[in-house]
Unconditional design. Structure first.
Length: 133
């Protein structure tokens, strides 16, 4: 298709899942865009996406281990709020119990929220410097 200049058409509406809070402090990029890890639970990548259904959209928050490229935990909800991000993080912490892990995300409001920062600090870290340790 690309060779002859054709592209697919979609009737689905695009859903924007990243709404940046310009007043929130952004976490520094500790990995400098290098998404590799030398061992399990050294570096987690997380994001929220949407899944269109006949009833509307569902929002899926996932935590992926950069070492294995496998999903550690996930959570889904019908509202784009902080809750699925916190639920996925909480389940990942309980499942893996990392000593120290860098938790990388975009700058969406779910990841810059007060609740998310509080949970990171409770886990022994913060959104800027990672969890545990």
């Amino acid at each position: 298709m690309r060779h002859v200049g054709l592209v697919g058409a979609s009737r689905r509406r695009r859903k924007d899942t990243t709404k940046r809070n310009l007043e929130a402090e952004s976490a520094s990029d500790l990995v400098e865009r290098n998404f590799t890890a030398q061992r399990p639970d050294e570096f987690w990548v997380t994001d929220v996406t949407y899944v269109p259904t006949g009833e509307g959209f569902l929002y899926l928050a996932v935590v992926v281990d950069a070492f294995s490229r496998r999903v550690v935990e996930w959570a889904m909800t019908d509202r784009l709020k902080t809750e699925p991000v916190l639920a996925a993080l909480e389940m990942a912490i309980q499942k893996r119990r990392p000593r120290k892990v860098v938790h990388h995300s975009d700058h969406g409001t779910q990841y810059t929220s007060v609740e998310f920062g509080k949970r990171c600090r409770e886990a022994g870290g913060d959104p800027v410097h990672g969890l545990g340790g």
